[in-house]
Ligand binder design. Structure first.
Ligand SMILES: Cc1cc2nc3c(=O)[nH]c(=O)nc-3n(C[C@H](O)[C@H](O)[C@H](O)COP(=O)(O)O)c2cc1C
Length: 178
């Protein structure tokens, strides 16, 4: 199969996830194209047998480039196997309100784009103080201190469960191939 892995990111963690996913797809004998949705010019989805879209959550919304891309290609995306990776720090915790927030963010996204992915995986993202400006650093320190009392607030920390992500991907690929 030929799979598109598209993504948008602010601090780079979703790019790391998209690259990792692309390598794993390639290692399983498929062909893969990695696309930053900032450079999405003239992509023809007809070239692909399946599409993965990955976006981080920032201030209660997915990256605008992802919503724009999904909205523009909603009809074609609905005709092919699709996987949406929602990357956030809410998914790193167990707070019921935070998880309800993720559901609402996803509902807003599907309403706005008219695209409902075949499968959605909520992926725990990363805390990256080395990449934040002054305001984000202040806000994110408070959020992480509440969510992970053991965390070193000055150090970057990757909360992604890579093994679980790999299993979700493999399961989606098997279904897409069937
Ligand atoms: C300014 C800012 C706002 C954020 N807003 C949210 C949010 O509303 N909900 C959430 O769960 N995570 C939020 N996060 C956490 C990011 O989703 C998480 O750090 C993710 O790994 C970022 O991925 P990226 O580097 O690909 O952008 C926010 C992070 C920053 C820096």
């Amino acid at each position: 199969m030929k799979i598109l892995v598209s993504y948008a990111t602010s601090e780079g963690h979703t790019r790391k996830i998209a690259r990792w996913i692309a390598d794993r797809i390639y290692d399983q004998g498929h062909s893969v194209e990695l696309l930053s949705l900032v450079d999405k010019k003239d992509i023809d989805l007809g070239r692909f047998d399946g599409a993965i879209l990955a976006s981080s959550v920032h201030v209660g919304h997915y990256q605008p480039e992802v919503a724009e891309f999904a909205g523009e290609h909603a009809t074609r995306l609905a005709q092919m196997p699709t996987l949406f990776l929602s990357v956030s720090l809410s998914a790193a915790g167990h707070d019921a309100d935070d998880w309800r927030g993720l559901e609402r963010i996803l509902d807003d996204f599907t309403d706005a784009t008219n695209w409902t992915p075949d499968r959605v995986v909520q992926v725990a993202g990363a805390y990256m103080p080395s990449e934040y400006g002054v305001l984000s650093r202040f806000v994110m320190r408070r959020i992480i201190a509440g969510q992970d009392p053991e965390a070193d607030l000055d150090a970057d920390h990757d909360y992604t469960d890579w093994e679980a992500l790999g299993s979700e991907l493999d399961s989606w690929l098997a279904q897409a191939e069937a």
